[in-house]
Design a binder for this molecule. Structure first.
Ligand code: SF4
Length: 310
């Protein structure tokens, strides 16, 4: 006699007990697991090994899971990039404390005794060619400028002649000098302006000079000093360095050094001070390795890193 189980197997092709056991396993295991976790029989996996491990067990809709997720976001959030510490402004290279007045006087006295009539090293014929030469000397050596201007000044020593020569010709004459394209443009521009506004003459006034193309404060100071005898301080890289190293006129930028020199250079040395300082910086107090053993003011200079005496 066929059994009920046998009929079932025949009809459904599987054992009913096996099917029931499988169903029980499918429905009971997750429920049991949830129960055990809820009552903390098992540790919640996402608490110890990361939030994603909880997804399969509790699901994203679970409030506890979502709160854990939110917490985890705050924990795993990239920390804000730390602000760069504000760097203290670097002092000017070799900045020294200021020299006292007797020392400053003694320095210039020694410069004068050594070279009573210092001269700049740029070649020029008149005030106009002086101005042009100084404009061309920016970021170039005096020797390089002299080489280029020798032929140029022979044919164009006035603003009118320079303008007649034209920008292309000027450019050809000075192409061995750095930034020659821009400088040629400025030479023509300043010639035009001198003719149009200053009757072709070089003005004896700083504001008027700096209104010319290519003329900055330093160039104006050089022209005022050499052409008109003003005790101006044309602070270039050499003067800036020496003023700070020695303590003659410490300052963080060229304008500060210029003002300090105006205040600190004894009046009787004002006219030649900038030449003495430039020449001293060019040949003795050099940027990389100052020749302190040969320096005639080494006993007065306050520079802390003097090179060794022989
Ligand atoms: S002692 Fe040295 S650092 Fe000072 S001015 Fe002379 S060369 Fe320059």
């Amino acid at each position: 006699m066929p059994s009920l189980r046998g009929d079932w197997i025949e009809q459904h092709g599987t054992c009913p007990w096996l099917l029931s056991s499988a169903s029980l396993l499918v429905f009971l295991i997750p429920s049991a697991t949830r129960f055990l976790i809820r009552f903390q029989v098992f540790p919640r996996p996402w608490r110890s090994s990361g939030i994603k491990t909880g997804i399969g067990l509790r699901g994203r809709a679970d409030p506890e899971y979502r709160s854990a997720m939110a917490k985890s976001k705050t924990h795993t959030k990239k920390p804000a990039r730390a602000k760069k510490p504000v760097q203290a402004k670097k002092p000017a290279p070799g900045l020294s404390k200021p020299l006292d007045e007797p020392a400053r006087f003694e320095i210039f006295k020694r410069f004068r005794d050594n070279d009573p009539h210092p001269k700049g090293e740029l070649d020029y014929i008149n005030h106009f060619t002086l101005l042009v030469a100084v404009v061309l000397s920016a970021q170039a050596t005096d020797a390089g400028v002299n080489k280029a201007t020798k032929a140029l000044f022979e044919i164009a020593d006035t603003p009118q002649k320079m303008l007649a020569l034209g920008e292309d010709q000027v450019r050809d004459h000075i192409r061995t000098i750095g930034l020659f394209r821009n400088k040629a443009k400025n030479v023509i521009g300043l010639s035009e302006k001198l003719i149009a506004e200053f009757d072709g003459k070089i003005p004896e006034d700083r504001d008027a000079l700096v209104s010319l193309p290519g003329v900055g404060r330093k160039t104006a100071n050089v022209v005022l000093n050499i052409a008109f005898g003003h005790p101006t301080m044309a602070v270039d890289t050499h003067i800036f360095r020496i003023s700070n190293r020695t303590g003659l006129a410490p300052g963080k930028d060229v304008l500060a050094v210029e003002k300090a020199l105006d205040a600190n250079v004894p009046e009787e040395f004002g006219l030649h001070a900038h030449h003495w300082l430039i020449l001293h910086g060019r040949y003795v107090c050099k940027a990389r390795k100052p020749d302190c053993p040969a320096c005639l003011i080494s006993d007065l200079c306050l520079f802390e890193d003097k090179t060794d005496m022989l």
